[in-house]
Design a protein around this ligand. Structure first.
Ligand code: GLN
Length: 197
């Protein structure tokens, strides 16, 4: 399985490192051009700044290619800013104009809803079916999932709050599995999308 990390802005090295660790030597590629994107079977959308990533996607000529591949069922693990870019609806929030989104995850999200950098935090996350107990959730200027629509399915919670959803092969998280040093979520995503039920 050929995997790639969208490498325009954000915590790209951390994703590449997280994938290199504990995943049987899987070597993800950085994705910067439309042809990079054509050559992969699964994509990781990193955290970062969603407005910048959206602008850079347009500048790199990647927006249309990514949109087409998403509609054709490309598996994606999107974290934080990545989740924002996939959301069906963004509420107005404290962080100024929202970016355009691909709308492939049936959720309503508000950016920076927990506050700014100083309100970033770590908290245990319960992930459905994940062995080995709670997952260490790292939340950085995180978006909040305000509403989960009928097409999306929640699969991760912090207390009662939904912090992870999936819709077919598209997974979105408000926290950063690439920053916690725990490979279980990346591994589970790859297991799920390489052998779909
Ligand atoms: N607050 C950022 C945004 O709105 C996301 C933060 C993150 O990815 N850690 O894009």
């Amino acid at each position: 399985m050929r995997t790639g990390v969208l490498a325009l802005q954000g915590d790209v090295p951390e994703h590449l490192a997280a994938l290199g660790r504990g995943l049987g030597g899987l070597a993800p590629r950085p994705v910067r051009t439309p042809s990079d994107l054509e050559e992969i079977d699964a994509l990781f959308l990193p955290g970062g700044e969603s407005t910048s990533i959206a602008r850079l996607l347009r500048d790199a000529g990647l927006w249309e290619t990514l949109e087409r591949r998403l509609r054709a069922g490309l598996p994606v693990l999107a974290t934080c800013a990545g989740l924002i870019l996939l959301a069906g609806h963004l509420e107005e929030g404290p962080s100024g104009p929202n970016p355009p989104t691909f709308g492939v995850l049936d959720v309503t999200v508000r950016r920076n809803d927990y506050g700014g950098q100083r309100e970033s935090f770590e908290a245990p996350v319960r992930v459905q079916g994940l062995e080995g107990g709670d997952y260490p959730g790292v939340f950085i200027r995180a978006p909040r999932i305000l509403k989960v629509g009928a097409k999306a399915e929640p699969f991760a919670w912090r207390d009662e709050e939904v912090v992870g959803v999936r819709q077919g092969p598209v997974w979105g998280l408000t926290f950063h599995p690439e920053l916690s040093g725990d490979p279980r979520i990346h591994r589970r995503f790859l297991d799920a999308v390489s052998s779909p039920a």
